[in-house]
Design a binder for this molecule. Structure first.
Ligand code: PLP
Length: 416
């Protein structure tokens, strides 16, 4: 049983996401420590034997302090989940072993065999493969991929079996912004749920306040922030979270991607500085984008006035947290992209050639040949992912002045 309403009712809820996280229930350690304790047990005792059938029958649960088994609900994982529900302004949330577990679990929960999904054409490669290859083959769940900026095309893609409209708030790696209120309207008018992956825009955008029904994160990225833990979460209403953990048809309960409570503790200790990190990632990403733009580079960053979704981003964003820590730059050819990244890593110590994002240092990858390589040629073209596109997750180490000089030298070394 998911714990409902960890945040205050919407009327009294702070509009600032970091204020909501700070107000979500703080847990003290077992002995009054300022940090929470880790509940490592995978199984839990009862005082009366009759409690067990009550729990298995769903008549007793974590809401009343009754825990059953670690693959079901765990008290430490629930603390982190409450912070994430507060962050995303959803009544409930629960964490998973990875972002992909959160995505696959949510989609399998929302869809039955023969159902249909409408999804954005620019998506993380793993998600694209799940929708394009895995779900049709394993579950006869099919997906129509559409350009989300063409709202008429989105509406046309719906069939009577469409259960989900799926998108990333800011798409990976093309950094297009989803018009969440418009997409929510299209989905809800047709009886579908809007499921949003908000991995690229934590704190900055709160999709549930723009109509999203389910909000997913790969906690592996900005929210954890140290590139040392793989984790995910689903933020939604209590009914959806309960379904995920149903003993008979719960995707997360039965497929079993449980978050380890030790990982939950680690991520929870990093929640208090999430707002500071996001603000600094975004401040530096904007400065890098402006420097590249001044050099004449094909730079994509929603904080630049030239970005096609600049105004939309400003409309959706929570004030004060910037336009995200990611920027992409199209260097035209893979050779230039590789020269750019190698110079920045091996000559300048600007950052690392590595996938993933949200780390303290800058991470760089050529998306078409790495985290988007699951997309076939036509899908890469449709999504606008060129072979020379480099995605940078801008870190906050070193001085900004130094980083900008390094970036400029890297761009010149690419020989554009
Ligand atoms: N969503 C997005 C936007 C991602 O970029 C990724 C991974 O890169 C995922 C989901 C998957 O998350 P995880 O690696 O935690 O399973």
């Amino acid at each position: 049983m998911a714990e409902e309403t960890p945040v205050q009712p919407r009327s009294a809820m702070p509009v600032d996401p970091i204020a909501r996280v700070a107000r979500s229930r703080h847990e003290f350690g077992e002995h009054g420590g300022v940090n929470l304790s880790i509940e490592t047990s995978s199984t839990f005792t009862v005082l009366e034997a009759g409690k067990m059938p009550e729990m298995f029958g769903g008549r007793a649960g974590p809401k009343g302090g009754c825990f059953l088994y670690g693959r079901h609900f765990n008290p430490t994982v629930m603390v982190l989940s409450r912070h994430l529900a507060a962050l995303e302004a959803t009544p409930s949330a629960y964490c998973t072993a990875s972002g992909m577990a959160a995505i696959s679990g949510s989609l399998l929960q929302a869809c039955d065999t023969g159902d249909h999904i409408v999804a954005g054409q620019a998506l993380y490669g793993g998600t694209w493969a799940l929708l394009h290859d895995y779900l049709p083959r394993k579950a006869d769940i099919t997906t129509a991929f559409v350009d989300l900026s063409d709202l008429a095309a989105v509406a046309r893609a719906f069939t009577p079996r469409t259960r989900v409209l799926y998108c990333e708030t800011v798409s990976n790696p093309t950094l297009r912004v989803a018009d969440l209120p418009a997409l929510a309207k299209i989905a809800h008018e047709r009886g579908a749920q809007l499921i949003v992956d908000n991995t690229f825009a934590p704190v900055a955008i709160t999709p549930a306040l723009h109509g999203a029904d389910v909000v997913i994160h790969s906690l592996t990225k900005f929210i954890n922030g140290a590139s040392d833990i793989v984790a995910g979460c689903v933020c939604a209403d209590g009914a959806f979270i309960d379904q995920l953990y149903d003993l008979h048809v719960g995707s997360l309960m039965l497929l079993g991607p449980a978050m380890d409570p030790r990982a939950a503790y680690e991520v929870a200790t990093r929640m208090p500085n999430l707002g500071l990190r996001i603000t600094e990632h975004a401040r530096r990403a904007l400065a890098c984008a402006e420097r590249l733009e001044a050099l004449g580079a094909q730079v994509i960053y929603p904080g630049l006035a030239a970005h096609p979704d600049h105004a939309l981003y400003a409309r959706l964003a929570n004030p004060g947290y910037g336009a995200g820590g990611l920027l992409s730059v199209d260097l035209g050819t893979p050779e230039r992209a590789y020269r750019f990244m190698e110079h920045l890593q091996n000559v300048e110590d600007f950052g690392y050639m590595a996938v993933s994002l949200g780390f303290s240092d800058t991470l760089m990858s050529a998306s078409a040949s790495s985290t988007s390589s699951e997309l076939d040629e036509a899908a890469l073209r449709a999504a606008g992912i060129s072979p020379g596109l480099v995605r940078l997750s801008v870190g906050y180490t070193g001085t900004l002045e130094d980083r900008l000089s390094q970036l400029e030298r890297g761009y010149r070394a690419a020989g554009v």
